[in-house]
Design a protein around this ligand. Structure first.
Ligand SMILES: Nc1ncnc2c1ncn2[C@@H]1O[C@H](COP(=O)(O)OP(=O)(O)OP(=O)(O)O)[C@@H](O)[C@H]1O
Ligand SMILES: [Mg+2]
Length: 246
């Protein structure tokens, strides 16, 4: 279980995360929902050790997270792939350099994952030949190859069309089913419908409201803030979609 207790982060006198409490059980998905700038990515960057906290505690299976950073995997919004390497080298490079795997062992694991996620035929291509959805899958494979127990996704569907969004949601749901602990940030309200998760609506560095997606979808009116956020977004999307050509 991943446990955050009163986690606070300050950037230049601005409180970006304000006493965040969160519990994510093994095999479950926490969906951090909220407008731009509320602190979603900062929270993920803290979890994977890219930022420190100013106060509070983070535990993974009751041990301080700092001792278990290797257990946290991160799939970045911009994927952060190595553009000068091929698809398979993007997976084998960290395995050899970070985990000290032999080249052969790294190749075997990479190929197994490429097959599993339907990218084996792209193994020797360079990154710029991949579509957005394929880059996303490769970023996930590279993360999974390092054998994390917690996987964080920062805006996993921001660059994807609705069909790919559904595929990504299915992949994330499957990872939870396979007993990974998952934290996802998004302002894509479609994910709420597609992921069996606990929704945490963030506002100005705090968690304003939470709900299981099942309970929320059964009775949206019960969760005023989440409902307003989701409805507000849908209205915005519809307004933009139906904007007449002038
Ligand atoms: N390294 C930094 N130094 C100073 N301020 C920062 C730093 N990183 C983030 N911030 C600020 O912290 C706030 C939260 O940023 P964050 O990236 O976590 O938001 P977000 O919820 O992920 O937004 P978005 O939906 O646009 O990705 C913002 O006001 C941002 O400017
Ligand atoms: Mg962000």
């Amino acid at each position: 279980m991943l446990t955050l207790q009163k986690v606070t982060k300050v950037f230049n006198d601005t409180i970006v995360l304000n006493e965040i409490n969160l519990e994510v059980k093994k095999g479950s998905i926490a969906l951090l929902l909220g407008s731009s700038g509320v602190g979603k990515s900062t929270l993920l960057r803290i979890l994977c050790g890219l930022e420190t906290i100013d106060s509070g505690t983070i535990l993974l299976d009751e041990a301080p997270l700092a001792k278990k950073l290797h257990s946290i995997g991160m799939v970045f919004q911009q994927f952060n792939l190595f553009s000068h390497l091929t698809v398979i080298q993007n997976i084998t490079f960290p395995l050899e350099k970070v985990l000290g795997y032999s080249h052969k062992t790294a190749q075997l694991l990479a190929l197994e994952l490429l097959h599993k996620y339907d990218l084996a035929d792209k193994a020797t291509l360079c990154i710029k030949r991949l579509s957005g959805g394929q880059k996303q899958r490769l970023a996930l494979i590279r993360t999974l190859a390092l054998k994390p127990t917690v996987v964080c996704f920062d805006e996993p569907t921001s660059a994807l069309d609705p069909i790919l969004t559904t595929q990504v949601a299915e992949t994330i749901a499957q990872l939870a089913h396979d007993q990974f602990t998952i934290v996802v940030t998004t302002h894509d309200t479609m994910l709420v419908e597609k992921l069996p998760c606990t929704i945490y609506l963030m506002k100005k560095g705090s968690i304003l409201e939470s709900a299981s997606s099942y309970e929320y979808l059964k009775n949206p009116e019960r969760f005023t803030h989440i409902n307003n956020f989701i409805k507000g977004h849908q209205i915005e999307i519809e307004k933009n979609h139906f904007k007449p050509d002038l």
